[in-house]
Design a binder for this molecule. Structure first.
Ligand SMILES: [Zn+2]
Ligand SMILES: [Zn+2]
Length: 311
């Protein structure tokens, strides 16, 4: 089931709109054609093991000389603990010793460990009472903002809560007051039975959101209502790692760069944890920049179908 005519859709809770505009022939700039990533060995890569020998790890999985995941302070942070004008903390998670391998090439167990280390860092960073907001994210590929090729993700924590997230929290609370339930718990129930479902088991669900802003956008969520990553159980992490690996493999078939991210608002237990994966297949042009209305030529129903292949 996919829509044939254009349709304006609104986000589940936020005042964000998208025009889902399926078309047989795409505008020339709708999709960036990407060369398959041709990673080269780089003697100067600062995340390769030889360069990290003398670097202090904030955390790691494995031993100092044989780590599989390592957390370092960000060398060029935009926010820092000694700057009251832009207060916060930034860390880098180096995801493998191997300069060439991508995240989707790593084992499910390795990806589960990655979730564990995200959770550990969130626990540590959240102890600082001044921190209000922790975002974990990954930029993969040049147009998604990655400046270093070696597979890594980042943690960005600050005392400043971005206004659109404060607004989202308020909307979620209003929804809860009115309906007595969490809006995302309701979304999960609905998407579990619909055409945008990609995969689910007892613990985790993955679906293409109704008002996808990005081509092939996919969300991964725990079915249980938990508000941050530290509460994920071992079985939930395992399910999560499985579907994450599959999703990233599919995105790599499209040769698209991508971003993924978790938002964690420290003082809001009403939020429902999610990971948004946003492939960066389109260039936002005049309509998007000028009106803020996003045109997405790939319907989420079609995207879900694509992700279901091979499952
Ligand atoms: Zn490297
Ligand atoms: Zn919920």
């Amino acid at each position: 089931m996919s829509i044939k005519k254009s349709e304006i859709r609104k986000d589940y809770i936020q005042e964000k709109y998208v025009i889902i505009a399926p078309r047989r022939t795409r505008r020339p700039h709708d999709t960036i054609i990407h060369e398959p990533s041709n990673k080269q060995f780089d003697d100067n890569c600062s995340f390769c093991p030889s360069k990290l020998k003398s670097v202090k790890f904030l955390d790691k999985i494995g031993s100092k000389n044989n780590w599989c995941l390592a957390v370092l302070a960000n060398k060029y942070p935009a926010v820092s603990l000694d700057n009251p004008k832009a207060y916060g903390q930034q860390e880098v998670v180096v995801e493998t010793q191997d300069h060439i391998r991508e995240l989707e090439d790593l084992s499910v167990g390795h990806l589960k460990d990655l979730l564990t280390i995200y959770a550990e860092r969130t626990k540590v960073i959240a102890k600082n009472k001044k921190i209000e907001y922790i975002m974990i994210f990954k930029n993969n590929g040049g147009t998604a903002g990655a400046s270093l090729q070696h597979s890594h993700s980042q943690i960005f924590a600050t005392s400043f809560l971005p206004p659109h997230l404060a607004d989202k929290s308020q909307r979620q609370q209003a929804y809860k007051l009115k309906n007595g339930t969490c809006v995302y718990c309701d979304v999960i129930k609905k998407e579990a039975k619909g055409p945008r479902l990609v995969w689910q088991d007892k613990h985790v669900i993955a679906f293409a959101p109704y008002a996808s802003m990005f081509n092939y956008e996919i969300w991964i969520m725990p079915k249980r209502h938990i508000d941050n990553i530290t509460q994920l159980t071992e079985v939930e992490k395992l399910s999560w790692a499985k579907i994450l690996k599959h999703s990233l493999q599919k995105i790599s078939q499209l040769n698209l760069p991508y971003n993924y991210y978790f938002h964690q608002v420290i003082h809001d237990e009403d939020q429902h944890l999610y990971m948004k994966v946003a492939p960066r297949g389109s260039v936002w042009a005049g309509v998007e920049i000028g009106s803020g209305l996003i045109i997405n030529p790939i319907t989420p129903e079609e995207a879900a179908k694509f992700y279901r292949q091979g499952l």
